[in-house]
Design a protein around this ligand. Sequence first.
Ligand SMILES: [Zn+2]
Ligand SMILES: [Zn+2]
Ligand SMILES: [Zn+2]
Length: 234
Amino acid sequence: MGDARRDPPVRALRAVRARSAVPGGGSRRVIPLDSSAQPASPRRTETRHHPEGSTCHHFTFHRLTCDEYDQLRARAAGRCELCTTPESETGGRRLVVDHFWDAGTEVRFVRGLLCDRCNAVMACFDERKAWGVASRQWEDAARNYEARSFQQPTAEAWSLVSEVRKARRARRERMRPTRSEPARLASSDGRLDASVRIPLDRPSDAAAALRAAMTADQLAALIAALQSSQSEAA
Ligand SMILES: [Zn+2]
Ligand SMILES: [Zn+2]
Ligand SMILES: [Zn+2]
C-alpha cells in the first residue's frame, strides 16, 4: 500500500492481473501486460472512420479493415456501384456496404458499396425477397455488379451461392398462396380492397362476393370475358 506513490504503473498492472484472475471471471478481457508482445485487437485498431474512435461499422459487421474500406470507397468513387447515382443524391445520402451472406453455408463476401434502393435490389437477387416490377429491371445490372465483387469468392463458394439462391427460391415458392386461398380484389386504378375476399375453392361464395363488389356492367363484362377465354382454350 505504502509504495503506491512510488511505482504507480506496476500497481496498475497488478490490478489488471488480479481482476482477470477472478474465479468465474472468464469472460473478462485479459489485458496483455506487454503490449508489444501481442498485436492489438483489431477492434482497437480498426477505428479510423468512426466519429468517436470506436470500432468501425465496416469491421464489426463486414470484417473489412479500415484500409480495405478505403479501397472500397476509392473504387466506388462516390457513386452507387450498381446504379451509379452519386452518394449525395441517394435516398439515404450515403452508400452502404453490400455483402452476400448465408448462415447455413457460412459463405459471406463483400460485393461493393450501394445506395439503399440497390441494396434492396440485391435482396431480390439473393432470393431473400420476391422481385417486383421495378427491381426486376435491375437484374442484369445486379449480375454484372456481383461479378465485379470487391471480395471474390472461390469457385467452390460461388457454386454454394447459387445453391443457396435456388433453395431460397424454392422455399418462397412453396410458401406462395395456393389456389384454395381467397384472392384479393383489385381495381384498374391499382387500389386494393383487402377487406373483400373471394374464396376461389367455393364457386357460389366467390360469385356472391363478386356480385356484391362489382357493378352489373362489370359483372356482365367479366362473364363475357370468362366465356370468350374458355372458347379460346377449347
Ligand atoms: Zn474504418
Ligand atoms: Zn444504386
Ligand atoms: Zn452494414
